[in-house]
Design a protein around this ligand. Sequence first.
Ligand code: NAG
Ligand code: NAG
Length: 426
Amino acid sequence: MFCVCGSSAQANMANRGGLLMVFWLWCSVISIACAARLGSESRQKLEVQKHLNRLNKSPVKSIKSPDGDIIDCVHISHQPAFDHPYLKDHKIQMRPNYHPEGLFDDNKASAKPKERTNPINQLWHANGKCPEGTIPVRRTKEDDVLRASSVKRYGKKKHRSIPQPRSADPDLTNESGHQHAIAYVEGDKYYGAKATINVWEPKIQQSNEFSLSQLWILGGSFGQDLNSIEAGWQVSPDLYGDNNTRLFTYWTSDAYQATGCYNLLCSGFIQINSEIAMGASISPVSSYRNSQYDISILIWKDPTEGHWWMQFGNDYVLGYWPSFLFSYLADSASMIEWGGEVVNSEADGRHTSTQMGSGRFPEEGFGKASYFRNVQVVDGSNNLKAPKGIGTFTEQSNCYDVQTGSNGDWGHYFYFGGPGKNPNCP
Ligand SMILES: *[C@@H]1O[C@H](CO)[C@@H](O)[C@H](O)[C@H]1NC(C)=O
Ligand SMILES: *[C@@H]1O[C@H](CO)[C@@H](O)[C@H](O)[C@H]1NC(C)=O
């Protein structure tokens, strides 16, 4: 005889008289423990379910992507942004009032055939399109939430992880376990930034690590009220449940504490585009000594409404972060960063072998290393300009490095990345 959670063994035993009394008492203890455990399990299940109901709006149509994602086409006025109390009566702006003028002709192929690159797509496009008036939203599954440390933390960054080039406290930057290889500008007022980033699928050693390439639009000093808007591509097994390269955004107005999230995983960003899904896989990716694929990302501030807009490629204006979400960024950005970040959890006491970019050092150059090209900033007159006084930063250049350059075709550019663990980065 044995006690089983939720069984009627106890009642049966109680009927068999005194000899079983001890056993009965023991079973009672077990069943109280059972009830407590089942109680907390079902409470958690309920909490997860409630969160999923909040995030997953009822779709007009759903599309199954070859990577296993479900893309829900959600009516534009039912998107997560409108759960925000400040956005209850918000009138969606369907296009930006201004668009910054660039230095480069985005439609012109590179003059050097050797450096030709290809446009990129999202994997789910293979299986359908979202109707007009809807936006594509990657459906959050129960497993996605369960992989997070808690329902509250799902979709949020775990650590403060902004690279702090000059003012960096070395101990702190190393302690947080995040490693960067970036280029940056500071000391002016910036109203946006643009770059073309080539896309790879870096290997991740541990599922709790990630590797990303992105730009950061930063406002404020690096205190508890740091404002940040981020966009790029990432591989993050914990967040997405696989090793695919995905388009992502992030925002926070308090240094990753209470506000902000990835993609549309909280209310904030207002999406207007029906073709590009945040958090969806991008395909194809670049391969070593072979075809190179890159994406351009432009983020800029609309001078009239003050919202921060995002454009993907030449054709897709994705939407905007309303100005009220931010404090410092409600005015302008004080720093722009471009580059890579990985988590180095040192699981086996050695540096992670999680790759940054292509997993190759910048010296290898085109077709091998990852790059940002045509790096520009938006000035106060809404013009895209070459950034002045670009600096670079990396915690351990033997693990991941960065090298800048400039030429007519690519304007300001840099190669960056590395393999992580190697003989010089033990
Ligand atoms: C981080 O730690 C490594 C190894 O302990 C050290 O070589 C490097 O200088 C540190 N980086 C910074 C920015 O302090
Ligand atoms: C992701 O890649 C790692 C190795 O880099 C592998 O161990 C893991 O199984 C992969 N995860 C998925 C979900 O494919």
